[in-house]
Design a protein around this ligand. Structure first.
Ligand SMILES: C[S@@+](CC[C@H](N)C(=O)[O-])C[C@H]1O[C@@H](n2cnc3c(N)ncnc32)[C@H](O)[C@@H]1O
Length: 273
């Protein structure tokens, strides 16, 4: 006898929202449709597809990878296991980058470590006059970022490379934004929860957590225009160290921004005019 959503829900180990999201993915329907049709018979192929997704979820795989997408700043971005799952705190980085060039016409924007492209694509869409370049050292991540830019109608330049060693589209930029890997190599979180499934090269610098940030801050002054700005995301306890890095490189008006939990997660500063 064919089973129904109502029967399957009664024996599913997943919370109701996840159960619904996976079924929406399998059937390509809205949540309202699922609720209205929960006694319809399900076909065997659909059940088999759902069972595979449920087993992956039970094994701990993040919902974003199972669904293949995650919302960021009101837009749906494709994500695969080649890219970091977009985090809400990264919205602060985009807002910071946009504010830094609010008065600059046709700003030149550089996003270092673009991953799924959320930062670069969001900035390009919010500022259609901006000329945005996005860099990553992962070819697979760049493929996802290109797909997102195409799907969302953003025009930008993507380059494969190691931070500033990439071929840069401009000799100087008005703002550099970056959410680099900043988790210490010995942080136990790397082997627990969602982080187990994300690319390690997107999460950790393989060292003290500050080595990528150091490289990015040190290299910024020679790639920024006069009064150019640098905005970086960092770990919950790294703001004082990052502000020191900015100070050493001659940045002014150095400020750390707090996320919704009140934690300093983004630091930015400007070069003298
Ligand atoms: C924390 S993820 C950020 C991804 C995306 N910007 C976001 O905010 O979701 C860091 C990204 O930096 C890239 N990356 C790591 N080392 C790099 C390097 N040396 N040069 C360029 N990109 C690098 C990783 O591949 C990864 O996509």
């Amino acid at each position: 006898m064919a089973s129904t959503l109502r029967e399957r829900q009664a024996r599913s180990p997943l919370p109701l929202l996840e159960f619904h999201l996976l079924w929406q993915q399998v059937l390509g329907v809205s949540r309202a449709w699922l609720i209205a049709h929960d006694t319809d018979p399900l076909d065997g192929a659909q059940c088999a597809r759902y069972d595979r997704l449920e087993a992956r979820r039970v094994a701990g795989e993040p919902m974003a990878y199972l669904l293949g997408r995650r919302e960021f700043l009101g837009r749906d971005f494709e994500v695969t296991s080649d890219v970091l799952i977009p985090r809400p705190e990264t919205e602060l980085l985009v807002e910071c980058g946009l504010a830094a060039v609010a008065e600059v016409p046709a700003p030149r924007v550089l996003d270092l470590g673009t991953g799924s492209g959320i930062v670069a694509v969001s900035m390009a869409l919010e500022r259609p006059d901006a000329r945005v370049q996005a860099i990553d050292d992962s070819e697979a991540a760049l493929a996802v970022a290109r797909m997102n830019a195409h799907a969302l109608g953003a025009k930008l330049l993507f380059s494969l490379g190691n931070w500033y060693d990439s071929s840069l589209g401009f000799s100087e930029f008005d703002v550099i934004v970056s959410n680099p890997p900043y988790i210490r190599a010995d942080d136990a979180h790397l082997s627990s929860g969602d982080l187990r499934f994300e690319p390690q090269g997107a999460l950790t610098d393989g060292a003290d957590g500050l080595s990528a940030l150091r490289e990015i801050v040190q290299g910024a002054p020679s790639r920024l225009a006069c009064a150019g700005a640098l905005c970086v995301e960092h770990g919950f306890d790294q703001a004082p160290a990052v502000r020191d890095l900015f100070r050493t490189q001659g940045f002014e008006n150095i400020t750390s921004l707090r996320d919704l939990a009140g934690i300093e997660r983004v630091t930015w500063g400007r070069l003298p005019a």
